[in-house]
Design a protein. Structure first.
Length: 424
């Protein structure tokens, strides 16, 4: 036997419903409670009316029977339910009559409903009984009508609430969809729609607030991108001149240090310009169908002899930009060399290329949040700028590929690049 669902499970079940479903369920429950309360009140009022009428008729009949009994000394045979010291008389009514009180007793719950009236007469109890089968049938029909009416009200209220909630839900889904598009980089996405002047449309106000937030965010990000691009562009010219001058220095350790730092600054400047172009979404890929294995083999060969390759014979056709794919893999290989432990291995399987090192692995923060510029995540993965992975992810997005970072079970970091298969 399975245990009944707990209150927690019921709450979780309600949470799985959408806004439209929740409003419909709450309206149905609320209307049901109101309908039950009103139905009980109306039923009780109607029952009291029927009981009051039946008691009055029974007392009137008892008066007629008593008059006939006092005149003739016998109970009138015209009233078949009149009797003297009836054995069927309810005990509470008999006790009240023997105490000298004239009273009634209503019974609608038995198989043969009726109302009794009794009074004392010369040491005896004179009683009459009026059957109420007709009234009981009318009450049952009245209760059925109440039930049907209440059910109709609940259904209509639920349908009306569902229609209204559907409109509200559509507007909220539009707002959520627009917010997701903005978070994915579509900064010009807007909900739109007018806000009623002086009205209290909270959903419209929410949409206007999201649009305002998106416009502000877009302007700030565009200003940041322009600033980054301008700074990198302005630095490129003097750094190029500095690099040329450094090459003219006489040989020696100090000259090597200067040339090394100048090259690092030039590389950083070029990376900043590339990040700015990726952020501005102005990069356009030159896509072509290529066999993946031989393409990766050429990239690895140019990357250096310390990189191992498996799967070079895999000729799975993929649609990609060879230059941008090389940029992605070169950055991943460079990241593995700089921050991981050797040897660096590249493997091709189907439409996926995996770059693996044998170091300490990626830090948890990087795996959860993804790459962040100028943040390497942990000291054991080096002291770089953090732009290598950022550029790799950005260029992969341009060519329609996905980069997934993970730590290998046997140790080391793995970066998988999954490319779109060529359409047949």
């Amino acid at each position: 036997m399975t245990a009944p669902p707990s209150a927690l499970h019921r709450r979780l079940g309600l949470r799985r419903l959408g806004l439209r479903g929740k409003i419909a369920v709450l309206l149905a429950v609320g209307c049901s409670l109101v309908a039950v309360a009103i139905g009980l009140l109306v039923h009780q009022q109607r029952l009291e009316q029927v009981g009051a009428g039946a008691r009055a008729e029974a007392l009137a009949q008892l008066v007629r029977v008593r008059q006939v009994y006092e005149l003739t000394g016998r109970v009138s045979q015209d009233d078949s339910d009149a009797a003297l010291d009836s054995a069927a008389l309810p005990a509470p009514l008999r006790s009240a009559a023997l105490d000298g009180r004239r009273t009634t007793y209503l019974d609608l719950s038995s198989a043969h409903p009726g109302v009794w009236a009794a009074r004392p007469v010369g040491g005896h109890v004179l009683s009459v009984r009026k059957p109420l089968e007709k009234e009981a049938r009318e009450m049952a029909a009245f209760d059925r009508q109440l039930l049907i009416s209440g059910a109709c009200v609940v259904v209509l209220a639920t349908l009306g609430g569902a229609l209204l909630a559907g409109r509200l839900s559509r507007e909220l889904r539009t707002a959520a969809s627009t917010a997701r598009r903005i978070s994915q980089g579509e900064l010009d996405a807007r909900i739109g729609g007018p806000v009623p002047a002086g009205g209290r449309d909270e959903v419209a106000e929410l949409g206007a607030a999201v649009d305002t937030m998106a416009a502000t965010l877009q302007s700030r990000l565009e200003a940041e991108q322009r600033f980054t691009a301008d700074v990198a562009h302005e630095l490129r010219t003097p750094l190029t001149g500095l690099h040329t001058a450094a090459e003219l220095l006489p040989p020696g350790r100090p000259s090597e240090l200067v040339r090394d730092r100048v090259r690092a600054l030039l590389t950083l400047t070029e990376d900043l310009l590339e990040v700015a172009r990726l952020d501005a979404a102005v990069e356009r890929p030159d896509l072509a169908v290529r066999p993946l294995g031989p393409l990766v083999a050429g990239i690895v060969r140019r990357a250096g002899e310390d990189v191992g390759l498996t799967g070079a014979e895999d000729e799975t056709p993929v649609r990609t930009d060879a230059r941008r794919l090389e940029r992605v893999l070169a950055n991943l290989i460079g990241n593995a060399r700089r921050h991981g432990g050797g040897p660096v291995e590249v493997s091709v399987s189907g439409c996926a290329v995996t770059v693996r090192d044998h170091g300490e692995g990626f830090p948890e923060r990087l795996l959860k949040e993804g790459p962040r510029r100028f943040l390497t995540g942990a000291a054991e993965r080096g002291q770089g700028t953090g732009l290598g992975l950022t550029i790799a992810f950005g260029q992969a997005h341009v060519i329609g590929a996905r980069v997934r970072l993970r730590n290998a079970c046997a140790g080391g970091a793995e970066a998988e690049v999954r490319l779109p298969a060529a359409a047949h």
